[in-house]
Design a protein around this ligand. Structure first.
Ligand SMILES: NC(=O)c1ccc[n+]([C@@H]2O[C@H](COP(=O)([O-])OP(=O)(O)OC[C@H]3O[C@@H](n4cnc5c(N)ncnc54)[C@H](O)[C@@H]3O)[C@@H](O)[C@H]2O)c1
Length: 343
């Protein structure tokens, strides 16, 4: 990717947005980050990530909400972005049962503003976060982007699937190359406090029991954040193109006659939740007290990513083992929270 390309990363103060912004800036690209810094989880963690990013000379930040169309348009107009990576969203499956409107605002209206801005201030490629949750009720493993995904089981998943449909429409109508990325349970340093690894670590260290859903029978394709960032970085300049073999009698869902593409980015190695917890216990040197619970509404029992297209198109397959990844997370967690306790 040429170094003079200007890149917009939305959700830059978020977990994945922070890591991607850091990597691209360190590689010499000019990155503009936006985020509304909402309080879905502790905003001090978002601010800590931003402090690191703001120290990089080629990073600039604007506190903007995706749903503020005027500010979004003004930003696109003034900056002339080549690439846009939309990571800003209301994330989390369980919270979508509590506050469904937050998902429609950020993920549907907000994403429409991204598409409209790309339409009026053309970009070379729009890359956006989808999610493994779109596989919903599917059980055929591994989950492939070529499978039908019409049965979401949470509103969060429905908004992510909607993003893919909206992106296809804009790829078709306005010839905007779009690539949707279905991430599989991402974890790592500076991770999200609402996710299992963070919640478990905090509870184990504080001597509190952890809630283990689906009696620990849950399986997840846990994916280390550096692998997600590597996948995104390789796909940004791999601009989506029409598939000349696309057949409207047998429509492939991951490609199109329009410049539209979908990929999974996942570890391709599902792990049982109980094993994940054992590795965490080893890294912390402390045993968990486990509350075995039934599966929660909106959750899927297992995820497993087929990453053949990622390997074929950009020669990359996530490779970090959970032993290595959880080790790095625990190292970061202990360092970050110890420092905070003593300042
Ligand atoms: N972490 C995962 O396991 C995972 C898995 C699948 C998909 N995803 C998707 O990847 C993307 C990044 O996830 P993450 O884990 O970094 O989450 P995150 O919550 O840490 O990051 C999202 C960021 O977007 C910001 N944001 C939310 N609504 C906004 C709005 N309306 N305007 C501007 N900023 C807004 C938030 O403040 C936050 O900093 C999201 O789209 C998420 O749905 C994440």
């Amino acid at each position: 990717m040429a170094k003079d390309k200007k890149i917009l990363i939305t959700g830059a103060a978020g977990f994945i947005g922070f890591h991607l912004s850091q990597k691209l800036c360190q590689a010499g690209y000019t990155v503009t980050g936006i985020d509304n810094l909402n309080d879905y989880y502790d905003p001090t963690l978002k601010k800590a990530r931003l402090t690191i990013l703001k120290a990089l000379p080629n990073f600039s930040f604007h506190q903007i909400d995706l749903i503020d169309k005027e500010k979004m348009d003004a930003l696109f107009k003034s900056k002339g972005f080549h690439y846009v990576v939309n990571l800003a969203a209301q994330a989390g499956v369980r919270y979508s049962l509590v506050n469904p409107y937050a998902y429609i605002d950020a993920n549907v209206t907000g994403f429409l503003n991204i598409l409209e801005a790309c339409r009026h201030f053309p970009v070379e490629h729009l890359v956006y976060a989808s999610s493994s949750s779109v596989y919903g009720a599917n059980t055929l493993m591994p989950f492939s982007v070529h499978h039908n995904v019409d049965h979401p089981v949470s509103l969060y998943a429905a908004t992510k699937k909607s993003n893919e449909l909206m992106a296809h429409t804009y790829s078709h109508l306005y010839d905007i190359p779009t690539t949707g990325l279905r991430f599989f349970t991402v974890y790592g340093p500076y991770g999200r406090p609402d996710m299992a690894l963070f919640l478990f670590t905090k509870a184990i260290l504080e001597g509190r029991p952890i809630d283990v859903y689906n009696n620990g029978e849950m399986q997840r394709d846990f994916t280390y954040v550096d692998d997600i960032v590597e996948g995104i970085s390789r796909l940004i300049p791999h601009v989506a193109a029409p598939n000349p073999d696309w057949n409207s009698d047998h429509p492939d869902s991951a490609t199109s006659f329009s410049p539209f593409k979908l990929y999974n980015i996942g570890n391709n190695n599902p792990v049982k939740l109980l094993h994940f917890i054992e590795v965490l216990e080893d890294c912390l040197g402390k045993k968990a007290q486990k509350n075995l619970m039934p599966i929660q509404d909106g959750d899927v029992p297992a995820t497993y990513a087929d990453v053949d297209d990622l390997i074929k198109d950009v020669g990359f397959k996530p490779k970090t083992s959970i032993e290595e990844g959880i080790g790095k997370f625990v190292e970061w967690y202990l360092d970050y929270y110890q420092k905070k306790t003593f300042v």
